[in-house]
Design a protein around this ligand. Structure first.
Ligand code: ZN
Length: 289
C-alpha cells in the first residue's frame, strides 16, 4: 500500500498538474469509490494539495475538498496541457485510461483530465467541506507524522513523542510503527527497512525499545522515508505517480523483498521472511536483535 513517500509524490504532482484549474465535469463510474456529491466540486478551482498520512487532499476555492485514500491499487493519472509529451504509461496502469478499471474521471478547464483507476477497489474518494478535513472521521484519528517533508500539515512526531508511544505498548514494534493511529504514514516497506537499519527485531515488544535504541529507530524511520521521497516512492504493487510513471524506491530497499539474499551489512546471514500481523516481514537474523 502506498505510504508517506508515495502519497507525498502523488500530492506534489497533483498540485503541479491541477493548481489554478477549474473542474468542469466529473464522471462517476463507481458510487462505492466516490462518496459525496460531485455537484459540490464542479466549478471549483484547485488552490492546492495537502497530505495527511496516506490520505491526499485536493483543495478547491469553493470551500470543498477532495479526499483520496488509494489503499492497495488506486491510481491517479493525469493527461492534458500541463503534461506535454508524457512518456508512455506504466504497465502497472491496468486496462489503461480510460479503461475497465477507471472509476472516476475529473475534467478540467484546460482540457486536462484526471483519471482514477482502481483494480481492487479498496480505495475511496470523499467530497468534504474544506473546514471539516482535519476532523474527518479518518484523518482526525491519524497519529503524528515523522517530520520528513517541510510542509507537513499534521502533528509532528518528535523523538520524545516517539519514545512515549513505544513505552505505552507491548505490541510488536513493527505493528506499532505501522499503526496509523499511533503514527501516520509508515507502512510495510518502510517499517521493514527502518527496523533493519536500526538493527531491531520486528517482533520485539515496543516498550522494550528505549533510550539509544529508540533514538536509532526514530532516525532510521526518518532516513528510509527520506530515501523513499528522493526516489519518488516505491512502485511495488500498483503505485504510479500522476504522470503515469513509476517511483524507484523498490530498487533501493534495504530489507524489504530481499529474502534469501545475503545481508549487505553483516555479510554473514541471508534475509529471512515470515509474516507478522499478516504482512511480509524481512529480517537479518544476525543484525536484528
Ligand atoms: Zn545482517
Amino acid at each position: 500500500m502506498p505510504e508517506l513517500p508515495e502519497v507525498e509524490s502523488m500530492k506534489l504532482q497533483l498540485a503541479k498538474f491541477l493548481k489554478g484549474h477549474k473542474i468542469t465535469s466529473v464522471v462517476v463510474n463507481n458510487r462505492t469509490t466516490f462518496q459525496g456529491d460531485e455537484k459540490n466540486i464542479i466549478g471549483g478551482k484547485v488552490i492546492g494539495t495537502r497530505r495527511f498520512g496516506k490520505v491526499s487532499v485536493i483543495d478547491l476555492d469553493n470551500g470543498y475538498s477532495i479526499l483520496t485514500h488509494v489503499k492497495l491499487t488506486g491510481q491517479y493519472i493525469y493527461r492534458g496541457a500541463n503534461l506535454p509529451n508524457p512518456r508512455s504509461l506504466s504497465p502497472k496502469v491496468t486496462g489503461g485510461i480510460p479503461g475497465p478499471h477507471t472509476l472516476v474521471i475529473f475534467k478540467l478547464d484546460n482540457k486536462g483530465i484526471l483519471y482514477y483507476n482502481d483494480v481492487r477497489r479498496f480505495g475511496w474518494i470523499k467530497i468534504t467541506k474544506s473546514e471539516e478535513v482535519k476532523t474527518n472521521s479518518f484523518i482526525g484519528k491519524l497519529g503524528p507524522e515523522p517530520p520528513v517533508v517541510q510542509d507537513f500539515t499534521g502533528q509532528k512526531l518528535t523523538l520524545e513523542l516517539f519514545k512515549q508511544i513505544l513505552s505505552k505498548t507491548s505490541r510488536p514494534i513493527k505493528i506499532v510503527l505501522m499503526d496509523q493511529e499511533k503514527m501516520g504514514g509508515v507502512g510495510n516497506i518502510y517499517a521493514n527497512d527502518a527496523l533493519w537499519l536500526a538493527g531491531i527485531d520486528p517482533r520485539r515488544k515496543a516498550k522494550s525499545i528505549e533510550g539509544k535504541a529508540a533514538e536509532e529507530l526514530y532516525k532510521a524511520v526518518l532516513t528510509v522515508l527520506k530515501a523513499g521521497l528522493k526516489y519518488g516512492g516505491a512502485s511495488e504493487l500498483a503505485f504510479v505517480t500522476p504522470d503515469g510513471e513509476e517511483g524507484e524506491y523498490q530498487n533501493h530497499t534495504l530489507a524489504y523483498g530481499h529474502e534469501g539474499e545475503l545481508c549487505s551489512r553483516c555479510k554473514k546471514a541471508k534475509f529471512e521472511k515470515y509474516f507478522l500481523g499478516g504482512r511480509g516481514t524481512y529480517v537479518c537474523p544476525v543484525c536484528q536483535k
